[in-house]
Design a protein around this ligand. Structure first.
Ligand SMILES: [Zn+2]
Length: 86
C-alpha cells in the first residue's frame, strides 16, 4: 500500500546525510540506511554521483589554488619592477 519502508531515509534526509557520508561521519546503521536508499532510489544515486564529481573538481581546483599561491608574489614583484621602470 505504502511505499514507505520503516527506517528508510527520505530523499531529503539523504541530502542532509550526504556530507557526513562523504566524510565517513555516519554511524554503521546510518551508512546502511544511506546505501539502502541509494540502491532503491535512482535520483539520489545520480545526485550522489554528481556530488562526488563536484568534490573531485573542487579538490582539483583546491590544489591548483595551492600552487597558485606562489603566483601573486611573483606578480607583485613584476608589477613593482614595472613601476620602477618609470
Ligand atoms: Zn531518494
Amino acid at each position: 500500500m505504502s511505499k514507505y519502508v520503516p527506517g528508510m531515509l527520505t530523499c531529503k534526509e539523504i541530502d542532509g546525510f550526504l556530507y557526513d557520508f562523504h566524510e565517513n561521519q555516519l554511524s554503521y546503521i546510518e551508512c546502511l540506511k544511506f546505501k539502502l536508499h541509494l540502491s532503491m532510489c535512482k535520483e539520489c544515486k545520480n545526485y550522489v554521483r554528481k556530488y562526488e564529481n563536484i568534490i573531485r573538481i573542487s579538490q582539483g581546483e583546491f590544489t591548483n589554488t595551492e600552487s597558485a599561491k606562489k603566483v601573486p608574489e611573483d606578480l607583485i614583484k613584476a608589477i613593482l619592477k614595472s613601476r620602477k621602470k618609470k
